[in-house]
Design a protein around this ligand. Sequence first.
Ligand code: ATP
Length: 376
Amino acid sequence: MTPIIQFEKVTKRFGDVLAVDAVSLTINEGEFFALLGPSGCGKTTLLRMLAGFEVPSEGRILIDGKDVTLVPPNRRPVNMVFQSYAVFPHLSVLKNIEYGLKMEGVGSAERRARAEEALALVQLNGLGDRMPDAMSGGQRQRVALARALVKRPRVLLLDEPLSALDAKLREELRFELSRLQDKVGITFVMVTHDQDEALALATRCAVMSKGSLMQVASPSDLYEFPATRLVADFIGSVNLFQGRVLADESDHAIINLPEVGKQAWLEHGVGSSDTLDIWLAVRPEKIELHKRSNGEGPPELEGTPAGYNVIEGVIADIAYLGSESVYEVKVALADGGERMMRVIRPNLTRWDQEDFTWDEPVWLGWHAEAAAVLLA
Ligand code: ATP
């Protein structure tokens, strides 16, 4: 892997506001990289510094090994696509796409050929003569993409590129954007606050909070092995328990969960020598529901090692979402209080054949390998 972008301890202050705090990050050639995080975490500022629209207060930014920290935007090998389709309303689609090349002094024949090629890339062949206001939001955003791609940048920067589109179109363009990146092979760096978008598109993501990087990893690693509570909570939904490590072996661990008065098995060791206090995280779709109404004891699933974890609860709410249903299950706590746990189950058969219902007593069960341990 060849590094193409390097942030070296980059800090950005706006007056008293520390927007980006000593961020060091390497992005490799050909990656689709997403900067993800809640509003105000500093992701847009990081992207704008890469584009050259903001100058870091401290630190350096390298592109292709060259220090570009103070290089103006138009002299960097990057191009940016903005959230609100930045196209000129008074120019036809082709003229919009050709505009940047014209500014660079590229001859008209080559301009036209490259613009046609870019139009084809974003699947707008034949629409070059249209005016932008005669196009849908999704089409205008493709024009904006073509405008950026036609200049053949080393790096394409995308600032919330799909957020102005409605849900269905967003999903469609998501697939297209991913195919497009594959095809052109350019490094994409995208800012988004939409975790689904980041997980679906990116080869690697950085989760930011308060100006710092929390975790940089592939989408599946962020989801399956979040480094912190904050990441676990931000990426998807999660059931969290405060826990204490009782036994920590190489192939399993036992965690005390005082809140629910239970011990939980983990399929792997925790491997933490400096703290015994941890958080146990279980994703909602990894929890199974079992009947409890007939007074049967906790389920011991066939072929399951001793490490199947079971808690009793009562279904408090069910949200039917078409492809899946979300269950809020009330669990009694050791101190007499109660809390909710969330379970997600795919609707594999017609929902009217669903076998769990409101107020039903259930066992919540999860396998020892289904939980993750978070140290902070
Ligand atoms: P959002 O998703 O809402 O755009 P973000 O994660 O992209 O948020 P930034 O826009 O990078 O966050 O902002 C980080 C912090 O820096 C915020 O507190 C913001 O108010 C502040 N900030 C950003 N730009 C400026 C500016 N030009 N002047 C002053 N403060 C700024």
